[in-house]
Structure formats: C-alpha cells, structure tokens
Ligand binder design. Sequence first.
Ligand SMILES: O=P(O)(O)OC[C@H]1O[C@@H](O)[C@H](O)[C@@H](O)[C@@H]1O
Length: 214
Amino acid sequence: MLWVSKAAVYESGKGVRAGVPVCWPWFGAVPGKPAHGLVRTRLWQLRGAALDASGQVVLRLGICDDDVTRSFWEHAFELELLVTVGRTLTLALTTHNTGAEAFEITQALPSYFCTGDSAQTTVQGLDGCHYLDKVQDFALCQQSGAVTFQSETDRIYTDTTANSLIVDAATGRTLRITKQGSASTVVWNPWSDKEKTMADMACSEYRQMLCVET
Ligand SMILES: O=P(O)(O)OC[C@H]1O[C@@H](O)[C@H](O)[C@@H](O)[C@@H]1O
C-alpha cells in the first residue's frame, strides 16, 4: 500500500522518495534551510521493537538534536515515532521539548500511497474544504466534490479534521486515512512535467502514486 519509487536514493543526508517521510519542525520550503525540516534526511535510532498483546508489531524510533540540527534550528528536542503494524498501520509522532525555551513547530507525515492508476483515483472527504493551491501560487480555493488527478496537484486543505478515503478504481481498493491532532491535509501528485524534474522518480511513476499528508 505504501509506495516506493524505483529511483529512490538511500543515502544519509537525502530524503527517500517513499513511505512516510517525517517533515519536522517545519513543513515545506524555508529559505536557506532544508525543505520539509531536519529529520527526514537523517538516520533515526531504533529504540524498541516488540509484539503487542494483539500480535501487532510495534517499533519505537527516535531522534534528538545534534550539531547539524542546531546549525539550522537552535532548539533541543527529542522526537519519537511509534509505528504500529497490524491490520492497520498507525503512526504516532511525539515531540518532547528538552530545552528551557518554548518553540513552535509545523509538521507533516506525507504518506506516499500506491495507486493502480492515479488518473482513475479520487480522494474523498474534502468536499467543501478550503485549500491553498501551491500550483496557483497559494491561491485560496474551495474543493467541490472529490479530488481528482489530471495534472499537477499540490493542495494544502486547511481547517479539516476529516478522514480521507483514497478510492482507486483501477484496483478496486479503498484506503482510509484517519488522523488525530491535525487540522490540515495535503494532497500531492507531481504529474508528468514535474516528475521529469525529479531525479528520484522513475518515468511515469506519477500514475502509480499519490500523497495524502496529515
Ligand atoms: O521533493 P520534496 O522536497 O520531497 O517535496 C515533495 C512534495 O512534498 C509535498 O508535501 C509538497 O506539498 C510538495 O510541494 C512537494 O513538491
């Protein structure tokens, strides 16, 4: 269900075009700083791996501040990602401020999902929501009906705590994405022209993926 690009690069210091990158302590571009924050390009520690009472695999991953993170962002932190794999996949990201100063963050879990064909896939649950359209220079728009994919799509839906459904007509599969503690949802597919500019996406892979990010 989670998508991995055939051209993904696995190198410390680079993001992996796959799975669920952790965007933290900011989402998106910040001039002079790494896009999508400081932790998606770094190695995390595996702090625990266990089976819970119902047979689900529970992984505890962590990362904390170091010289590199402090060179971009001065705060002390410890971040923990709890990954529970069973009939559903559950991710829980917890921020601990281990310093003396308060700080503010933005964060996102941009999940890359497989589709049989993105052109035949819709995202439901956002009807009527307002969004900032990054393809139209952050123009404020309102969603009407389901989200469909016919061209580059990059939208930040604001003020929504709703669950989303990815309805994939080509495979007949529906995925449900639920969330807590998040009032926005991002929907992204680079489509053909943008894909060509991305070294870590293979030709025409935009038809096999889309991101729904919470
Ligand atoms: O190429 P990156 O840094 O992994 O970002 C991929 C995409 O991530 C999405 O979350 C953003 O909304 C897009 O604007 C961006 O293009």
